[in-house]
Design a protein around this ligand. Sequence first.
Ligand code: HEC
Length: 209
Amino acid sequence: MRMKKINLLGIVSGTIILSACTKKDINSPGFEYMPDMYRPYGLEYYHAITVDGDTIWGALVPPANTIARGYKPYPYPNTAEGYEMAGQNLKNPIPYSEEVVKEGEVLYTKYCIHCHGATGQGDGKVAAKLPGPPPPYTSANILNLPEGKMFHTITYGKGLMGSHNFLSVEERWKLIHYIHKLQGKNSTTASDTTANKNLETASATSNKK
Ligand code: HEC
């Protein structure tokens, strides 16, 4: 019974494979057996728009004043005022745990270590080439820096440090837990997890002003 099945499969697939060789035109791409696999049906993302009398296909533009589902806009502008407000309002929404700190460390090793150095002293390989190296995380300024300001800086960048907003919001907060570890802060001093404000409440606060 099993043998029969295998034979049948061999005959069927052999026929299909061989039939691909019977094309006369060597420039022909051959017969398409499963066109759905390589011809995308993405048309719903596009629509016809008329520009100067010509009909062209364009990507759908989201309606004005709408936000994509699952996307939370960052409420603070890249200004001195925005930096202050972030410092006052943003609290790490991710509770401290050894696991989260480990994840922060992995991210730090990928994205930050070359400037900030393995222990956060601002002595990474790239830092040596910068006109001004990053301040050590244990310097008085950074020790007293509110975590919301850290988040703001990681999001927009500051001075010679570029924006890291390609990292998810969660990843940025995990990094901050790891920075606190490098600063020798423990879980309770590092962040007020009882406040547990998330970005939504933070943005609600900022709208009240
Ligand atoms: C190109 C080098 C470079 C990289 C990469 C880099 N930084 Fe920085 N970082 C700096 C410099 C320089 C400063 C000092 C900026 C200033 O105050 O002008 C800084 C400052 C900071 C501060 C202090 C923020 C503040 O508001 O004063 C934090 C926190 C920080 N970086 C975290 C990170 C994290 C986390 C990463 C990785 C995701 C990272 N940095 C990647 C160069 C870098």
